[in-house]
Design a protein around this ligand. Structure first.
Ligand SMILES: Nc1ncnc2c1ncn2[C@@H]1O[C@H](COP(=O)(O)OP(=O)(O)OP(=O)(O)O)[C@@H](O)[C@H]1O
Ligand SMILES: [Mg+2]
Length: 230
């Protein structure tokens, strides 16, 4: 297994009532190498929470997160940081591009910690290829304020892929795209899975994008259940 969630439980304390609101109530998920998984479910069902826990950006109340064979609870902060930067590529629901940097500056951010010049150069070339494949070539010098939401979203996808992650976690990567651009991005993700053996967990409301993944799950009432593909 490349990554695994084991019996994850997570609740939030409600500010006004002071009551506990269960979000994930014993969620387990196994992600194999070169496997693509879609997670669907209503707004507020805990999809982003699940992805954040899997990506070690949030912690569970109980249960285990296993990445690349290691329980993340056993990892030191530098080991975790390396995992987040090298093993995982994250596409956030709100794309989080830095406003002061151009599109290409944002996309190249994950390469900054790389010391090796050759690796940086390879990363730069890969970034340009990906930018071309998502149709953003003419916009590389544009700042996020001069980009549409969908363009920012595609740039965020490229940024997540620049380091050739083993595991891509994408939170509604096509949420702001028209049907055709969304389809193109879905095809790109499938191509990258086939070309590079990348695994992915994609949160999506789009039945078309979900259908491109190997497996589909639905999150609701704190439980993650498999859905039979049509
Ligand atoms: N930091 C927080 N404090 C308190 N409650 C939170 C917090 N983060 C999320 N929640 C609550 O947990 C529930 C799940 O949130 P989450 O963002 O995971 O849902 P989601 O499935 O991603 O929804 P959407 O499809 O709208 O993005 C929501 O009811 C939300 O209000
Ligand atoms: Mg969400």
């Amino acid at each position: 297994m490349l990554a695994e969630l084991q019996d994850i439980k997570k609740h939030y304390n409600q500010v006004l009532s002071g009551r506990q609101k269960p979000v994930l109530d014993g969620v387990s998920l196994r992600i194999g190498k070169n496997e693509s998984i879609a997670v669907t479910g209503p707004s507020g069902s805990g999809k982003t929470t699940l992805l954040n826990i899997l990506g070690t950006l949030d912690t569970a109340d109980s249960g285990s997160v296993i990445l690349n064979g290691r329980n993340v609870i056993d990892l030191s902060e530098p080991e975790l940081a390396r995992l987040r930067n090298g093993f995982i590529g994250f596409v956030f629901q709100l794309h989080f591009l830095l406003p002061q940097l151009s599109l290409i500056g944002n996309v190249l951010l994950p390469l900054l910690p790389l010391k090796d010049k050759q690796a940086r150069k390879a990363g730069h070339e890969r970034a340009m290829q990906l930018i071309e494949r998502v149709g953003l070539k003419d916009l590389v010098n544009q700042k996020p304020s001069g980009l549409s939401v969908g363009e920012c979203q595609r740039a965020a996808v490229v940024r997540a892929l620049v380091n050739k992650p083993a595991l891509l976690l994408a939170d509604e990567p096509t949420g702001s795209l028209d049907a055709e651009t969304a389809a193109r991005l879905g095809i790109l993700l499938t191509e990258l899975k086939n070309e590079e053996g990348i695994s992915m967990v994609v949160v999506t409301h789009s039945p078309e994008l979900a259908a491109r993944m190997d497996k589909i799950y639905s999150l609701g009432s704190g439980k993650l259940l498999p859905i039979n593909k049509a």
